[in-house]
Design a protein around this ligand. Structure first.
Ligand code: GTP
Ligand code: ZN
Length: 223
């Protein structure tokens, strides 16, 4: 299998297509070709980094490292290859007009400033629209994955999830809360472990109506 994602769309069995397709129920969506991950280029850059930090990239333990890191980045940034609007294509008629909350969805992403991980949980709540349509619960977790597998800041990740839900599900309201620890604050720099960053994005009725928002928050934030 060639390591470089070519300038044409990769073949169906290409590893990068496979990773992207996994995020969207096995289906691939159209996205600009220039967003393909160039594995050879990443590998060359990693080799340069190893040399720059004073390592010998040709020693036994490191010889495969540039190619490994390239494959790892292909996974970690697979969300760049996915059109998030393809995630919520399955909705159901349920005539449910009350709050739906999915708590504690695992989140792992890379901060765009240091390319170091931040991880934690996402809580997503929405009140279905007048049409009463709901989405499959797993689709909420898939949406988190698509946006998390990109260079991110926690605030944008939170807002992107909320905005896509509003645009596609047409609900009465949406609330998204993320609680994450950033390795760039723990492993380097200020070196504070355990600090949690909490971000929220509230839209529609949940933004306008304090009582509804408080009810949603009480379901989301509990010890
Ligand atoms: N708002 C926000 N900031 C983030 C996120 N991830 C990392 N950061 C911060 O991005 C900032 C980048 O600050 P800079 O001063 O440009 O970089 P730096 O010198 O490496 O900063 P220090 O981490 O303070 O050493 C840091 O304060 C990080 O804590 C995020 O998701 N949201
Ligand atoms: Zn960072």
């Amino acid at each position: 299998m060639p390591l470089v994602a070519s300038s044409t769309e990769p073949d169906g069995d290409d590893v990068l297509d496979y990773l992207a397709a996994r995020l969207v129920n096995g289906k691939l969506s159209g996205r600009p070709v220039e967003q393909t991950v160039d594995l050879d280029r990443i590998a060359r850059a990693v080799r340069e980094i190893l040399i720059a930090v004073g390592e010998d990239p040709d020693r036994d333990g490191l010889v495969q490292t540039p190619a490994r890191v390239a494959r790892a980045y292909a996974e970690l940034f697979a969300g760049l290859r996915v059109d998030p609007t393809q995630v919520l294509t399955t909705t159901f008629e349920a005539n449910h007009e009350e709050l739906v909350v999915v708590r504690d969805i695992d989140v792992m992403s890379l901060c765009e400033h240091h390319l170091l991980p931040f991880r934690g949980v996402a809580h997503i709540g929405y009140i279905p629209g007048p049409n009463g349509r709901i989405t499959g619960l797993s689709k909420l977790a898939r949406l988190v994955e698509v946006y998390a597998r990109r260079p991110q800041v926690q605030e944008r990740l939170t807002a992107q999830i909320a905005d896509l839900l509003m645009a596609q599900l047409d609900p009465r309201g949406v609330i998204v809360v993320l609680e994450c620890e950033h390795m760039c604050m723990a492993m380097r720099g200020i070196q504070k472990t355990g600090a949690k960053t909490i971000t929220s994005a509230v839209r529609g009725l949940l933004q306008r109506d304090a009582k509804s928002r408080a009810e949603a928050m009480s379901l989301i934030i509990h010890s």
